[in-house]
Design a protein around this ligand. Structure first.
Ligand SMILES: *[C@@H]1O[C@H](CO)[C@@H](O)[C@H](O)[C@H]1NC(C)=O
Length: 338
């Protein structure tokens, strides 16, 4: 990682969000996790945010969604899977959906895919809602982190275009910017297919618990709240700026034409937003699962060089390493990395 320039001499701290902590508590034990925790505490101590402030301020972008949690093996019928598990960048029909799910299930790897077929997507949601265990929640890294900072006593500004219904999940004291007053918003719904360790799908067995996520977004890939966020940042004056949600641009069918690359343009605006902050404001980038090499390369030139810290899980770290070192995407990493 020595190639990543740092802003203002701050140590780039890779805070590994070990999802494994939750899933593998029993077989890992505290012995291996406590050095990780100790080191995170050390890094936190070395990189104090808003020191001396009674109430530090955090601004988080971009986006939110309505998450629908579904039992994967109840929703999908393994008998419909014809042929071998296979990975697709984008899902356009049921067959690809099943093959793609089976591929990540077999590896116990997390994945997030765009379903380009809106009709298929609506049908899947309809089926999912018939299952007894399906449940709704608010989703997206920005709102979840916003709530956490709020619990820690911070003053929070958060950027997302969301419906009034979805806003009800957010504590009132958190300021939400993104949409126009009284604008009708259709929330982006993400379907989160969950499975446990050792669950089976036909002849396949999941080596660890994980989630396969699908979406059919309209707002999030375009970072539709970015401009409104820009208007509010100077007045708010955050001690910490958190950039997240860029993975929603992954494999999204952006229109490219007239020599225009909309995604690159949006990312240039993110870069501008980061650089518009005073040096005393630290910036954190929360990564996620990416498969689109071009987007990952954009991140390494437009985002990563300008942030103070990066958050990711172990599979995302493997992927970033692979991109920086070999210029390749690693679609699935070992489900039990060292
Ligand atoms: C899904 O449902 C099956 C059958 O009821 C159950 O065995 C499994 O534990 C459930 N999986 C999750 C992730 O809840």
């Amino acid at each position: 990682m020595a190639g990543v320039p740092v802003k203002c001499g701050t140590i780039v701290s890779f805070c590994f969000v070990l999802y494994a902590v939750y899933y593998r508590k029993n077989d890992l034990g505290d012995v291996r996790l406590s050095p990780v925790k100790d080191h995170l505490l050390y890094l936190e101590n070395e990189n104090k945010v808003g020191e001396g402030k009674l109430q530090p301020k955090v601004a988080l972008g971009y986006g939110a969604c309505h998450d629908l949690f579904v039992n994967a093996t109840s929703l999908l019928d393994h008998k419909e899977l014809k042929g071998n598990p296979e990975h697709f960048n984008e899902i356009s029909n049921k067959e690809e959906f099943l093959k793609s799910f089976a591929y990540f299930f077999k590896h116990g790897a997390a994945a997030e895919r765009f379903v380009s077929n809106g009709k298929l997507y609506d049908e899947l949601i309809e089926q999912a809602l018939k299952l007894p265990d399906s449940r709704w929640s608010i989703g997206g890294n920005a709102p979840l982190m916003a709530k956490r900072f709020y619990i820690e006593g911070w003053k929070v500004l958060f950027a997302a275009k969301m419906s009034n219904k979805l806003k009800k999940y957010i504590p009132k004291d958190i300021q939400i910017v993104g949409g126009e007053e009284n604008e009708e918003v259709r929330d982006d719904v993400h379907m989160i297919l969950e499975y446990k360790t050792d669950e089976t799908f036909g002849t396949l067995k999941a080596p660890r618990a994980n989630r396969y996520i699908v979406h059919n977004d309209e707002n999030n890939p375009l970072l539709s709240s970015l401009e409104k966020f820009d208007e509010h940042l100077p007045g708010f004056g955050p001690n910490l700026l958190v950039i997240s949600g860029l993975q929603m641009m992954d494999n999204y069918p952006f229109k490219v034409g007239d020599g225009k690359d909309l995604r690159a343009e949006r990312l240039d605006l993110v870069k501008k937003q980061i650089l518009s902050q005073p040096l005393s404001t630290l910036t954190h980038f929360e990564m996620a699962s990416y498969v689109d090499l071009e987007l990952l390369k954009h991140l390494t030139t437009k985002i990563l060089p300008f942030v103070d810290s990066v958050g990711m899980n172990e599979q995302e770290l493997t992927n970033l390493y692979s991109v920086l070192e070999y210029g390749e995407v690693s679609v699935v990493a070992d489900s039990n990395p060292e």
